[in-house]
Structure formats: C-alpha cells, structure tokens
Design a protein around this ligand. Structure first.
Ligand SMILES: [Zn+2]
Length: 313
C-alpha cells in the first residue's frame, strides 16, 4: 500500500467511526415528529469534540432548546474566510427499530441520518481537526446547525450573527457540485362549513365542496407557473396540493324512518327533543320546528388542504 492509500483508508475509517457515533445520538427534528429529541444531545457531543480538537467553540440558541454549534479556527489574518455547514437534525425514525444502530455493509454505512447528513457533519469536523495546526491566513468556521429538516431556523440564526467569504453546505450530492437549489413554501388553506344532517342540506354548509374551487385555482396556478420563465437548471416553478383532509369533525349515521341513533349508539330518540350524538361526543339538537341544529359554532366541520409551492428563483 502507498502512503496516500494508507492515509485514505485511515480517513475513511475515521469518518465511518465518527459518523457511527453521530448516528447513535437520536436527533429527530421535533417539528416533524413530536417524539423527537432535537439537537441538544448531539450539539453537546459536537461541541466537546471540536473543543478537544483545538477549535474555539461557541453555542448559539437558534430557538429554545435548539442549539447551533460553531467551531472556529482563527486565521493569521489577511486571508479569506470559509464556512463549512452541516445540519444535526434528522427526519423521524419511522417504524425501524435499529435506526440508531449504525452498521456497515460492503462500503456503505446504514443508520438514520448517516447519509443526510451525519457523514457530512463528520467530514467537516475531521477537516477542521486536520486544519487546526495548519497556518491558514483566513478563518475556518464550522457550523453544525439545527432544524434543516423543517424551517432551517439554525442556519437562519447563523447568517444573522456570522459571515464568511464563502460557504460550502455539505448536503449529500453524490460528489456533484450543486449550483442551484429550489426554494419552497407551504400554505395551509382551510374552508369552514356548518354541521347538519345529510337529509337537511339547506341547514348546513359543505366545507368539502367549498374546497373544490381552491383545488381548481391551485391547478390553474400550477399551469401558469409551468408556462412561465424557466431557470436553466431548475426549470419552472410549480405548485400542487400535497395533502387534503375534510369532514372529519362530523360522523353521524341515522336510519330512516325510525329513531335517531348516533354512529356510536348513544343517540336518543328524537321524540324527546334530543337528537343523536356525534362520534366526537357533540350533541345534535332539534329545534321546535324539527330542524337539526348543531350545538355550537365550534361543531363546524372543516376541510383543510396543504399546498406546496416550489419556486425556482
Ligand atoms: Zn440534509
């Protein structure tokens, strides 16, 4: 083996070991999964590691309980500064039971976040350690950030307080240079109806039907965006309805003719003046004219849509 391949083998082993150590620390973004621990534990690990490697270390609260870690190797002066950036959070562990137990098969390491992006985080930590003793004229700034998987509050906090002449965001790109990136926005749109029995449509307002024109308008907007000016790499912007649910607040079944019975069987006979009961426990009343009335305006069924818009530039 040559010295170069020896060094490469050692570096790969170091990256695998450090990536494995990072994968073992659960850092699921709590905005995506309420059971997620967030970045506090992994930030402690990264801060201690960078400190031991000889860097100047700062902690920045990007949000309560969501710490960024900044490691700096000061330059001797006169040179340009470089920031290396990686995020510490991951998406949910899902149903996997061994997501935090890294394993190597062939030349790949598996485990939640190993690819996106704890391997990159390990790589910039090791790069910083190797450069600590080098006489750099510009500053080297390592930023290990929170919340990339949701709203990127970590990097937003970094750019408020830190700057550099250049920055490399080390998201995995199969070793291809990434020159452009799409942005996106989520919009939650809600239509509100009014609960009524299905046999009395004049009493109610259909929240699901009200979503129809919204869906059509989203489709029209998408067509307009796709006919618009295109970025040479990213093409055009687009928008689509990514999630929709509706009518979930009202769930009532009733037989006709005969007494009103709720879906959960707890409804009372309509002759008593008390109507059936929603599965959610809310009461449907009948007024003196025999018309069904929802007890409060809070009983209104809703339909909700999440639309994702992708804008290129
Ligand atoms: Zn990522």
């Amino acid at each position: 083996m040559t010295q170069a391949s020896d060094e490469l083998g050692r570096t790969v082993n170091e990256i695998a070991d450090l990536t494995g150590a990072l994968v073992r620390i659960e850092s699921v973004n709590p905005n995506l999964d309420a059971t997620g621990s967030g970045e506090a534990a992994i930030a402690d690990f990264v801060a201690d590691w960078l400190l031991a490697a000889g860097l100047e270390v700062a902690i920045q609260e990007s949000a309560p309980g969501r710490p960024n870690v900044i490691g700096i190797k000061r330059g001797t002066g006169g040179g340009r500064s470089l920031m290396l950036n990686a995020h510490m959070d991951t998406v949910s562990l899902g149903k996997t039971t061994d997501a935090l137990s890294p394993r190597i098969e062939g030349n790949r390491l598996y485990g939640r976040g190993s690819y996106d992006m704890k391997a990159s985080l390990a790589a910039i930590m090791l790069a910083a350690r190797d450069l600590v003793s080098e006489p750099l004229s510009g500053d080297l700034i390592i930023t290990a950030v929170t919340d990339e998987e949701y709203a990127s509050v970590g990097t937003q906090a970094i750019v408020r307080d830190y700057s550099a002449d250049a920055c490399i965001v080390t998201e995995p790109t199969h070793l291809e240079l990434c020159l452009a990136h799409k942005g996106f926005v989520w919009a939650d749109i809600e239509t509100t109806g009014f609960a009524a029995h299905g046999s009395l449509p004049d009493v109610g307002i259909d929240a699901i039907a009200a979503m129809g024109p919204v869906l059509s308008a989203i489709t029209d907007l998408d067509h307009r965006l796709r006919r618009g000016s295109a970025h040479p790499l990213l093409k055009t912007g687009s928008v689509h309805a990514s999630l929709i649910d509706g009518g979930t607040e009202l769930c009532l079944s009733r037989s006709l003719p005969g007494p009103d019975r709720a879906a959960n069987g707890s409804g009372r006979n309509s002759r008593t003046g008390r109507g059936g009961t929603y599965r959610s426990g809310r009461t449907l009343w009948r007024d003196r004219q025999g018309r069904y009335r929802s007890r409060t305006v809070r009983d209104c069924p809703r339909s909700r849509i999440r639309a994702s818009g992708i804008q290129c530039y």
